[in-house]
Design a protein around this ligand. Structure first.
Ligand SMILES: *Cc1c(COP(=O)(O)O)cnc(C)c1O
Length: 396
């Protein structure tokens, strides 16, 4: 079925669908590593690109293609590239778009390893990286060097929930001939479509909202144009960051409910944010849906809703935050996010432990920051859980 002119929720169910021999209603798992050629000429044609037949699953597979085409439509992009993990997507993009002697500017508060791999590994190949507060466009402009090639942003950023103006970044990138890459994990295409706002590449950890059920790890990249697409696909295939057919099947299944999951999770998140905001033991809270969020107006402009991610600090600081995490019963103390279950974690000692204390502080990742990923349970139950856990801690 052609879904190009259909609504987002219809695309979630039908985009990327394939017609197979048996008339399968869902996309089956083609759990095969290799594909039969009809004859030697067909094999040669598949390799030369004259035939679009499948060759080998690292290069392509029908289940994986169905997922790639689906996400490409959801993001209004040229085409998609599925990867083994979100980091597989990020490193494939870095590898394809950067070379020795070139420079990347990135948000200072990004997913920890997306920064760590530049600082610890790409630096060994003379790739230079600067980390700035991309919420302030002046900081981006001052960081641009003659060898800058890529502007990489995450919005809302992990875990500070800072928001970066995608349109403004696209304008800066255009003016200085940089490629704009956006990690859209915290929003999913349901809430934010970076390519429509001028980005060249959008990527996701599909482990989070896109799959939504905390049962697989994966990633995906969508580009605006064919040329960049080819470069990134080449790196993904040669580095072997490919997704597996079963992973693709699982995410195609999880993806179908993205719209209704996000609607419910962000509805819960708003109620929880209001509860935390008015609680005397909560010192501060950052949620894009609250007027107190410094970029609440920008969030309204570039996001369709405020999402399900928030961070907060307690008046008792880190020690009391630890007690809170030890005393919740319903919320699960675990990293990751974007699933149907509510998760709570402490970035400074967990997801962002690999970043130096100095860099963490500069990026706004304070020791007292607790990150909450709101699930689709009943809001009242999540609030009661937080309330009883907050009762166990002291107020300073
Ligand atoms: C989790 C995450 C990643 C990394 O994804 P993996 O699937 O764990 O490799 C990248 N970016 C963001 C914003 C994330 O939350």
């Amino acid at each position: 079925m052609k879904t190009k002119d259909k609504g987002f929720n219809t695309k979630l169910i039908h985009a990327g669908e394939i017609e197979d021999h048996y008339g399968s209603a869902t996309v089956p798992i083609y759990q095969t590593s290799t594909f039969k050629f009809k004859n030697a000429q067909h094999g040669a044609d598949c390799f030369s690109g004259k035939s679009d037949g499948y060759i080998y699953t690292r290069i392509g597979n029908p289940t994986i293609r169905a997922f790639e085409k689906c996400v490409a439509e959801l993001e209004n992009g040229y085409d998609g590239i599925a990867t083994s993990s979100g980091m597989g997507a990020i490193t494939s993009v870095y590898m394809a778009l950067l070379g020795a002697g070139q420079h990347i500017i990135s948000s200072d508060a990004v997913y920890g390893p997306a920064r760590g791999v530049l600082e610890q590994d790409f630096s060994r190949f003379n790739v230079e990286a600067s980390f700035v507060n991309t919420s302030n466009p002046d900081e981006i402009i001052s960081a641009i060097r003659p060898n800058t090639r890529v502007l990489y942003i995450e919005t809302p950023a992990n875990p500070t929930i800072n928001i970066t103006d995608i349109r403004e970044c696209a304008r800066i990138a255009d003016q200085h001939k940089l490629l704009l890459v956006v990690d859209n994990t915290f929003c999913s295409p349901y809430l934010q479509k970076p390519l429509d706002l001028g980005a060249d590449v959008v990527l996701h950890s599909i482990t989070k909202f896109i799959n939504g059920h905390a049962d697989i790890v994966g990633g995906v990249i969508v580009t605006k144009e064919a040329e960049i697409y080819k470069k990134i696909r080449h790196c993904m295939v040669y580095m072997g960051c490919n997704m597996d057919p079963t992973q693709s099947y699982m995410v195609l299944r999880g993806l179908k409910t993205l719209g209704i999951r996000i609607e419910r999770a962000q509805d819960n998140a708003m109620q929880i944010a209001r509860f935390l905001e008015s609680h005397p033991k909560v010192a501060w809270i950052k949620y894009p849906g609250l007027k107190t969020h410094p970029q609440h107006e920008l969030a309204k402009l570039q996001m369709k809703g405020f999402g399900a991610m928030m961070s907060f600090g307690l008046t008792g600081g880190y020690e009391e935050g630890r007690k809170l995490m030890d005393n919740v019963n319903l919320a699960i103390l675990a990293v990751s996010l974007g699933g149907v279950e509510t998760l709570i974690q402490h970035p400074a000692s967990m997801t962002h432990a690999g970043i130096s204390k100095e860099n963490k502080l500069a990026a706004g990742i304070s020791d007292d920051l607790v990150r909450l990923s709101v699930g689709i349970e009943d809001a009242q139950d999540i609030i009661e859980d937080l309330e009883q856990a907050l009762k166990t801690i002291s107020n300073f």
